[in-house]
Design a binder for this molecule. Structure first.
Ligand code: F6P
Length: 362
């Protein structure tokens, strides 16, 4: 009699487009190659399901009809993570024993953990605690080390680009400065790609601190050239050169006392004062993470999911599936979890944008 392979699925951290496509990829490829010799358990709400032993036994049909669905059919959650040390509850209690207990009780061969930058790091803790783990890189931020791209990213770029496309006509009609703030945490990938794709005039990224006076000068220069509106794509983590000198604590205090909820609102108010021109802010927020994955992400998430199933069949655990130079690769999880992939300031795409006259505020 053939041995049954038992796999747990976990979607963890902020959701994004393509999670269901990846779940489907893993599930269908396992059934395809192992026939009925596989049992799959979907953990509800990410690690929460693993901690509480709250899961769904998934049959083949559960993996059908979900390719285009946004979000995750399993639900997700964020857990408190002490960097490199532990996943803990509100009282600081280590949750690893509970997770290991569920893993052992279900007699799992492996967990497939789909998550962002933080999840790769916490999945490594599970690996260190003796569980077999294969991970998939999902995030709109594209900030996971060891992979050129992540699923969810391209869908979010499409949405960010679409928002700026629509803002263009109203900005132009009213001769206004428009700031469109995009997600990405402390990495500028999403804003850079959406900004270039939509023809933003100024792109402000966390990796390139901006100089306020230089932005004002760029807007005035545009006016002299007959361009009476300016579109600024602002990454949510963008920071001025002055604020960059401050400690995180001081920056947090300034934000709290400024009366502005995000960097774009603060900058808009400062720009109105300095230029005398009306400024408006659009923050698409979580809209960037919602809705169906774009075709690119459907393909990528399917490739990643199928590759995870292959790793499980080969018993090649402790790896993250990634994409490097167009090839699907298995990256050691220790490497993927070792750092965050920020946008290099000398990235060729930044130079391309500079060559087009796009201004980065520096
Ligand atoms: O990491 C994905 C992301 O959408 C970031 O771009 C953003 O800063 C953050 O999550 C928002 O988190 P939450 O969904 O918890 O508000």
């Amino acid at each position: 009699m053939k041995r049954i392979t038992r796999v747990g699925l976990v979607t963890s951290g902020g959701d994004c487009q393509g999670l269901n496509a990846a779940i489907r990829g893993v599930g269908k490829a396992l059934f395809q190659h192992l026939d009925n010799n596989v049992e799959i358990f979907g953990m509800y709400d990410g690690y929460r399901g693993l901690i509480d032993g709250d899961y769904k036994f998934m049959e083949y049909d559960d993996f059908c009809g979900i390719l285009t669905e946004g979000g995750t059919i399993l639900g997700t959650s964020r857990q408190r993570y002490i960097p490199g040390k532990a996943i803990v509850d509100e009282d600081g209690n280590d949750l690893m024993p509970a997770m290991r207990d569920t893993y052992n009780r279900l007699n799992l061969d492996c967990l497939v953990v789909m998550g962002g930058n933080g999840t790769q790091k916490s999945a490594k803790l599970l690996m260190d605690a003796g569980m077999n783990v294969v991970t998939l890189p999902k995030t709109i931020d594209n900030d996971i080390y060891g992979t050129d791209t992540t699923f969810g990213f391209q869908s979010a770029v499409d949405i960010g680009c679409n928002v700026i496309d629509y803002i263009h006509s109203t900005a132009s009609s009213h001769s206004r400065i428009f700031l469109v703030e995009l997600m990405g945490r402390d990495a500028g990938w999403l804003t850079l790609h959406a900004g270039i794709a939509s023809g933003a005039d100024v792109i402000l990224l966390p990796e390139i601190p901006y100089n306020f006076e230089k932005i004002v000068a760029a807007i005035e220069h545009r006016k002299k050239m007959g361009r009476h509106f300016t579109i600024i794509a602002v990454a949510e983590g963008a920071v001025s050169d002055q604020d960059k000198q401050l400690s995180e604590e001081e920056r947090r205090r300034i934000k709290e006392t400024s009366g502005h909820s995000t960097i774009s609102y603060r900058l808009a108010s400062e720009l109105e004062k300095a230029t005398g021109q009306e400024a408006r802010v659009t923050v698409p927020g979580h809209y960037q993470r919602g809705g169906p994955p774009c075709p690119y992400d459907r393909v990528l998430a399917t490739q990643f999911g199928v590759a995870a199933a292959q790793l499980i069949r080969e018993k090649k655990y402790g790896h993250m599936v990634g994409m490097q130079h167009g090839e699907i690769v298995a990256v050691p999880l220790a490497e993927a979890a070792s750092q965050t992939k920020f946008l290099p300031v000398d990235h060729p795409l930044i130079q391309t944008a500079r060559d087009m006259g796009i201004f980065f505020g520096d």
